[in-house]
Design a binder for this molecule. Sequence first.
Ligand SMILES: [Zn+2]
Ligand SMILES: [Zn+2]
Length: 429
Amino acid sequence: MTGDGAHSVALRDCPLCGLISTVPHNVRGVAASCPQCTSSLGRIWHPDMRIPRGWALAAGLFYLLALAGPFVQISIFGRLQRADIATGPLQLTVQGFDLVGFLVLAVTIIFPGIKLGIVLLTLFGIRLEHQPTRFLKAIFRWYPLIGPWAMVDVYLLGFLVAYTRLTAMATVHLDLSLFALVGLMISMAALDGSLDTGAIWDALDTGPAPRPLDADHRGGHLIGCHCCFLINRAEPGMACTRCDTVLRDRKPDSIVRSWAFVIAAMALYIPANLYPVMLITQLARTTPFTIMGGIVELFAAGVWPLGLLVLLASIAIPLVKLLSMACMLIEAQRPSGRHLLGLTRTYRFVAFIGRWSMIDVFMVSILVALVRFGQFANVRASTGAACFAGVVVITMVAVESFDPRLMWDGAREAAPETPHDPTLIAEPS
Ligand SMILES: [Zn+2]
Ligand SMILES: [Zn+2]
């Protein structure tokens, strides 16, 4: 399985089932999916960096505009209150919820900023005549890790939920920064859609070293790099020849770590739903607000699509995620070989959907930022919000820690005759 020199096909290992297959490489308009578990193995090869460069510049501009001023203001009895993105995290900290405040600050400002910084530096760095390859590789390695934690899109949905509550108690004015946030969301989605990370790694792969698969002197076996997806002939613990990431056959201590996170999240799920996430004071009367109570209110107010969305994102999805993670962990430990395809698709789904459960946390952060009118109207965060934020983050980490290939490994051991030959699976897009 050595490289053939031509760049028309390349080996790829499937991050979800571990099968190594040949996929078209550097062929525009062709996408590949894994022949065993059907998950996507890579985007269309698109060497033209002008489109993502344009979107990255637009996103950078919108990001600065979004930070520049308040995005919403409300007035109650003639008194005015404004909020920018940082006001919510600040108020959460003032109210004693430092960790939740920092979490909201991180996923709405810090991580989107870092993600944009990485993309802009990389996209413009590779244009330079003497590109700082080592530096660009070192920063671009972080791109796939940071991606899911940049949550501008989820924040806007949280704002939509908060907006329906605010209009019931105050006059709401939208400010320029809100439209910048919408622009940021759209341009970041377009950037993700147009950026071919494989083409970037190819552009950074300028060293004179032989193609890694020819480097038989390294010994070892074929290992896919989880960061840049290059197949290396190496031993676990060696560095990827292209991006320097430490190579591992499987994620280390995957099962123990995932179980620990799943159990911790399950334990937090109960107080997250029992305790109020915030306390709402209106005309000196304080009412506790639980997530379920909020959903009932949305239905009662007639905004049932939003109610349904919050019901799904806050109650159903976290529970489905935790239960399906438990099923996957059991399959990885005691392989039955059944429902592997279904479990792998479920894993793909829970990995994709995890971040959307942050809607309610963002709603709380927006309401505590704005509704600060003493005994007239006031919103304070409560224990449930911290527990709920914990459930969402810990579940995301549990999903990240789990290695779905372990389920397929078990099935392979049970049935060693499973065909393992790489297959060419070009599909016109
Ligand atoms: Zn696969
Ligand atoms: Zn690599």
